[in-house]
Design a binder for this molecule. Structure first.
Ligand SMILES: Nc1ncnc2c1ncn2[C@@H]1O[C@H](COP(=O)(O)OP(=O)(O)OP(=O)(O)O)[C@@H](O)[C@H]1O
Ligand SMILES: [Mg+2]
Length: 383
């Protein structure tokens, strides 16, 4: 198959920042790309070879898009999987496969998948509605505190709540959901594993994620994670097993908890490039985006060794009312060593919207962390 400098087309569903960073590497390989996103000003809109506006959840929009390309991939998992299944049936290559996306889209299904494959995850109960959950509380089958998660459409911590009492219950929607045991978390780590069609897999070094307590958003990603070799080896085994069982083709980002008693539990997975892998652009021999492209083209995976340690700082909107984005004090970072800035290209900033990120590299991770935390305090995205 001639992929490079040819008529071969990669179709990407979603045109956000993950797509934009994928396009930098697809350009490097001179691959032809076509992107669909509902927003005509999405970050990919002025970089893809072809860009069309369409609804990622609309059956016909996805099919019409898929028919015009050779391989279909995603940069967001909230897409119409029935359409992807149809495209698979007519012989299109859909990577990751629709079946894997379908499981991952629904947190209840994800948990069942882990359980039935003997993969470690926190104890849980699935509910088809809020009334069933309340019934279980009344019967004493369920006790406070617990973690409530919406089965679908939660992202950036929006569909997740820690419920400590009856009052907290008032804030949750009536929809299919699950309840998880509240884990005493020592650390949150992430492992991104790639798998190509031939089944060749490769893990990126585990990273540590630090969250903002108020927004549930990832604030810092630190590479490498400060964990024992025993734990990292176990985490890689788990990540590879999930990828294999899902018959993934492409990247799988695996979010894991390390509990206070040093157990590893799977939190959730994402079948695409991930926020916890942005640092790979500067820190690793191969970036997560390069690796995703290699996987879906069934090429050999690149080495994932760390070239230099680093920390990734998310730049998120802090303005409550949507408005034209301003990057306050951004000039401050240009004097600091090892700093790499990525602005996604979103015209409007709003509260907690991911607008860009900064990766700080340093031979000594403690120095990178020091600089990263200073930047977080000083640089603000607002309107
Ligand atoms: N069972 C649990 N026990 C304790 N804390 C939890 C549990 N589940 C989730 N959390 C906390 O809530 C955060 C968000 O949960 P989760 O990753 O499921 O949500 P999400 O909305 O999909 O997030 P994102 O899109 O940011 O990855 C986790 O990173 C963790 O800090
Ligand atoms: Mg998460």
């Amino acid at each position: 198959m001639h992929f490079f400098s040819s008529k071969f087309k990669i179709g990407i569903l979603g045109g956000g920042q993950l797509g934009k960073m994928l396009l930098f590497d697809s350009r490097r390989y001179d691959l032809h790309t076509k992107v669909m996103d509902p927003n005509n000003k999405a970050p990919c809109s002025n970089i893809a070879d072809e860009f069309i506006v369409g609804n990622l959840n609309d059956y016909n929009d996805v099919i019409n898009f898929g028919k015009l390309v050779d391989i279909i991939t995603i940069e967001i998992e909230n897409v119409n999987t029935d359409a992807l299944e149809y495209l698979e049936k007519i012989g299109k290559k859909v990577y990751p496969p629709s079946k894997a996306i379908k499981i991952i889209q629904n947190k209840c299904e994800q948990k069942i998948f882990y359980k039935s494959n003997n993969l470690p995850t926190s104890a849980f109960t699935n509910y088809s509605n809020l009334a069933n959950l309340k019934e279980d509380l009344e019967k004493g089958n369920l006790k406070f505190p617990f973690v409530w998660k919406s089965a679908k459409f939660g992202y950036d911590g929006k569909g997740v709540k820690i419920i400590g009492n009856h009052d907290d219950l008032k804030s949750i929607n009536d929809s299919p959901c699950l309840v998880e045991e509240k884990v005493s978390i020592k650390k949150e780590i992430s492992v991104i594993v790639s798998r190509n069609f031939d089944g060749k897999m490769k893990c990126f070094p585990a990273v540590e994620m630090e969250f903002n307590d108020n927004s549930n958003l990832v604030e810092y990603v630190i590479c490498p994670a400060n964990i024992s070799e025993e734990i990292s080896t176990h985490a890689y085994e788990i990540a590879q097993k999930i990828s294999q069982k899902l018959e993934m083709v492409g990247l799988l980002a695996v979010e894991l908890f390390i509990s206070n008693d040093d157990k590893i539990l799977i939190n959730e997975v994402a079948p695409r490039p991930h926020n916890s892998g942005h640092h790979t652009i500067e820190c690793c021999i191969t970036s997560q985006f390069d690796q995703h492209i290699r996987s879906i083209l069934n090429l050999n995976p690149g080495k994932t060794d760390i070239k230099i340690p680093g920390i990734m700082v998310n730049l998120v909107g802090e303005n409550k009312i949507e408005g034209d984005a301003i990057y306050k004090n951004i000039n401050y970072i240009f004097d600091l060593p090892g700093v790499n800035i990525h602005i996604y290209g979103k015209e409007k900033s709003r509260l907690n919207r991911k607008m860009g990120h900064i990766t700080i590299v340093n031979k000594e991770i403690s120095k990178a962390i020091e600089i990263g935390k200073k930047i977080k305090k000083k640089v603000k995205v607002t309107s």
